[in-house]
Design a binder for this molecule. Structure first.
Ligand SMILES: [Zn+2]
Length: 355
């Protein structure tokens, strides 16, 4: 059984903003229902840091213009300036799906590391990431993972990762997605796999299916699209507008059908439109897979995405010591409040279907 455990704490201070009258600060500790990791919900934190979350549009525009010069991913350069796969992997040297181009990473983060150039445009607002462009990118990544499974089956743990714009850690401005694959899972994927297996041993069921079942009628569920369930996690990993998705009944990328890939693409596009409406320009996302080539009845392909702070001369980051070094979570507002805002933006009611 999934349990959502919350502990409330409070502390009195003498507040200078209220003439040093006694004031109470409240904290909410939430235990991640799968991993047990703590996330602290700090009410009011979103408003407190909000001045760092907006973007200096002039600065953004000038960065876009400066980085366009010499960009290796713009259409006129992508074939001349990006690496090619060796011939034994791909005869053409690169993989193309629609407008997406998959190339090996020049300096990868895993033994097999590719980049999917997702759009012809050098710069996109978050409401300009069309589902079709995201879908081409995902399908490009899938083609790479499928080819890897044929040529090197030991590299069985892939993830798709998005880092869009410098606040999200991207060194190249042009919209792209990374495909990272190696013979061992990334830590978060390993933690989820191990804890999901433990959950199945104790409860006799799939944690991800149970999660969807218990969340679906509730206030954190956002929508369902083509077998992909979207929700706000009870205990976010990072906390700035974090959204989660679960592909029910599929434990690795090679098991997903066209409809499910479209469900992921449309969901990402919808959440990015919400981020844009809230004034954000930058985001990260990861799509986690179980090992390809094996169906696990205790695991589901799942996604996390967050918005990142704005582009400003102050260089503010939300990679604070707390999440970055202490590995604890901090949510800047109650997940239920965030879910309510997203549902209102998308015109949905709790537990509701896509319109
Ligand atoms: Zn470009």
């Amino acid at each position: 059984m999934i349990s959502f455990e919350t502990v409330h704490k409070r502390c009195s201070i003498l507040n200078p903003l209220k003439g040093f009258k006694e004031d109470v600060v409240t904290f909410e500790y939430r235990k991640d229902p799968l991993t047990g990791r703590n996330t602290t919900v700090v009410k009011g934190m979103l408003e407190y840091v909000s001045k760092f979350l907006s973007t200096d549009e002039k600065l953004l525009g000038s960065l876009a213009e400066k980085t366009r010069v010499g960009c290796p991913f713009c259409p006129e350069s992508v074939m001349a300036k990006t690496p090619m796969f060796t011939e034994d992997f791909s005869k053409e040297g690169r993989i193309r799906v629609g407008n997406a181009v998959v190339v090996p990473n020049l300096l990868g983060h895993a033994e097999r590391s590719a980049v999917v150039v997702m759009a012809k445009e050098h710069s996109l607002r978050l409401d300009e990431f069309e589902p079709s462009a995201i879908l081409d990118g995902l399908k490009g990544g899938l083609a790479y993972v499928r080819r890897l499974s044929e040529t090197d089956p030991s590299v069985s743990f892939p993830v798709f990762a998005f880092n869009y714009l410098p606040p999200a850690g991207s060194s190249i401005f042009h919209p792209h997605m990374q495909v990272l694959a190696r013979d061992r899972p990334f830590y978060l994927a390993r933690l989820f796999l191990e804890k999901s297996e433990e959950y199945r041993e104790v409860n006799g069921s799939n944690y991800w299916h149970d999660l969807v079942e218990v969340e679906k009628p509730g206030e954190r569920h956002l929508f369902e699209k083509d077998g992909v369930e979207w929700l706000v996690p009870f205990a976010p990993l990072r906390g700035l507008n974090e959204v989660q998705a679960v592909v029910v009944g599929r434990s690795n990328f090679l098991e997903l059908g066209d409809g499910e890939w479209l469900g992921i693409a449309e969901g990402i596009s919808s959440i990015l439109r919400f981020y844009h409406e809230q004034g954000y320009v930058s985001f990260n996302a990861v799509l986690l897979s179980g090992p390809v080539g094996a169906h696990l009845d205790y695991f589901c392909v799942n996604l996390r995405m967050v918005s990142r702070p704005g582009i400003q001369p102050t260089c503010f980051t939300d990679a604070w010591a707390l999440p970055y070094l202490l590995w604890d979570g901090e949510a800047l507002e109650e997940p239920e409040v965030l879910a309510g805002k997203i549902r209102a933006f998308l015109g949905r009611r709790p537990g509701g279907k896509v319109r």
